[in-house]
Each structure stands twice: as C-alpha cells, then as structure tokens.
Design a binder for this molecule. Sequence first.
Ligand code: TXA
Ligand code: MG
Length: 318
Amino acid sequence: MKKTAKTGTNLTTAKHLLEQGKIVAIPTETVYGLAANGLNTDSVAEIFRIKKRPSFDPLILHTYSFDCLTNFVTSIPEQARLLAETFWPGPLTLVLPKKDIVPDLVTSGLDRVAVRVPNHPLTLQLLRSLSFPLAAPSANPFGYISPTRAQHVADQLGDDIEYILDGGPCDIGVESTIVGWEDGNAIILRVGGLSVEAIEKVIGKVQVQAVSSSTPAAPGMLKSHYAPGIPMVAGNIDDLLQEHTGKKIAVLSFQKAYPQVYKNVILSENHSTIEAAKYLFSAMRELDQCGAEIILTEFVPEEGLGKAINDRLRRASF
Ligand code: TXA
Ligand code: MG
C-alpha cells in the first residue's frame, strides 16, 4: 500500500509506530537510518523489502549506551571497550559475537552483530524510550547515495514509510567506521566518519580491510554502492574535462572552482576533509539531478575523513 511519509520531530509518534512494528526514518550524526525494532523479525524483513536490500547484507543495531551491549553480545574485547568509551555516542560501529536474542536476519546468518550508539539528541532520546534496539541501514534504496537530510529520505522512500523523524542535516555526512576483531586483532571493516588516525591513537596500529566486491560479508563493500544515476568518473579533473569535451558536465571538486562547466559544487573551499565529508552525499545528489550528462570528480587527500570520502567516490564512480 502506498504511504505518504509525514516529516516531523514528534518522538511520541516515532515511538508508537516503532512499537507497532512499523518502519521510521531516524536522523543520526552520520546519515539517516531506516529503523525498525531490531528484535522483531517481521519488522526487520520489512526494512530489507523497502530498501530492496539483498538478505546477505547485514544490519547495524542501534542502542543508547555501552551498558546495553551486554544484552546483545556474548563478549567484549578490551579494545572494543576502550573504543566505545572514547567514541560513543559517535560514528563507530563494533562487530561482536552475538547473543541468540538477535535475529539471524539482522546479521544475515553471521555469528556476529554490528552495534553502535549514534550521536544525535533526538535519536538518543527515542532509543532511551524504547524497550528494544533499532536495526537501521542507511535510509536509501540499496546501491544509491545515503541520505543526509530528511528531504533525501522523503524523495526516495516517502511512499514506503509513514514517518520521518527530522533531525536536520547530518553533522558528519558519511557512514560510521566499522571495526571487528579477527584472532584478537582489530580490523577496520569499513572506513567512515571516525578517522583511522583517531582509532589508532586509542588502540594502536590497526589493519584496514581492502575493498572487496566479491565478499559481501565485508561491510558495505559491494562495488556499486553509493552510486548516482548518471555516470561519475574520478581522476584529474583537468584531464577528464579534455576527455569529455562536448558533454554537459557537472564537476564535484574538492577546493578548486570550475566556472566553465554546466554545474560545479566545491566540497570545501578551506581544504577540510571534515567539511567535505559533511556535504559529499548532498552534493552528489544535487549534481545527479542537475541535468548534466556526467559528473567528473577528484580524490581528496588520504588523511582524516579523506579515506572515507575516497572510498565512497571510488565505489560511486567507474
Ligand atoms: O553510519 C551508519 O553506520 C549508518 C547509520 C544509519 O547508523 N548505517 C549504515 O548502515 O551505514 P548500512 O546498513 O547502510 O551499512 C552497514 C554495513 C553493511 O554494509 C553491512 O555489511 C555491515 O555494516 N555489517 C552489518 N552487520 C555486520 C556483521 N555482523 N558483520 C560484518 N559486517 C556487518
Ligand atoms: Mg548503506
């Protein structure tokens, strides 16, 4: 049945819908999530259906404090505790051995569950009012750009859900960094809104898992993720402009202006990867819809949030 999502800040509405097993879009500091009762298999199945997400791609459970973790996981490595203490609430997801209470559908049959405490006042208040955790992938159709504003969710999933909790534009703008443990060693499974440098300051050197398109158990690592509808090519923008002369071109640049093209969005005039991350997905959406034929873009410095930005650009382009 076609629904038309209302957008608002009413926590009682959001709570009641979630308690009835319904789906509600929620704001987080990273991106908007498509949330449901994470312990209710029917509600979780509805998320997969609405998102058109393959069932082998597991979901993150969202909760409001480190203390809640013990409800869902059987053990917590010392490094995980340290990271949680330092960065929660925040853009960090931990993958830990799951308890039976977590439905297999949430973890796609894996014996570990991904958990995080998001840092958004509305969503934290909502989570505190509920007796269950929220399973929530990013609130975009599978494979498309993640939403960083309530309007992005309404544009794409407004007919499929009843309520969008509007928490304003997301502060960080790229998804959380995911950390798991193999044989006692921490591995970053997805680079994201918490920098590798910040993590290494707390637990020392960590391995970053290479991008893989063939092992879907590796988080968010399908090659065609985050892609706009029109082609996007990443490289040296001046060279790419030569190659694509005659086309209606949009340019997504880091710092430099390209006034000669049809449309140009600059991510950060101050050369800040934090600012660039914040605007990346809304800029990609804007350029996707501006009437251009192709988006030309460039990689940013591989430092701070630059790694996460470049990872998303790599997977959105070809
Ligand atoms: O910032 C975020 O993490 C956002 C907000 C809404 O919290 N959520 C998000 O969810 O990005 P999603 O579903 O779009 O991406 C989560 C990734 C998936 O690609 C999945 O493969 C990985 O987390 N993941 C989830 N559970 C996992 C598990 N048990 N083991 C390994 N990877 C897992
Ligand atoms: Mg996603």
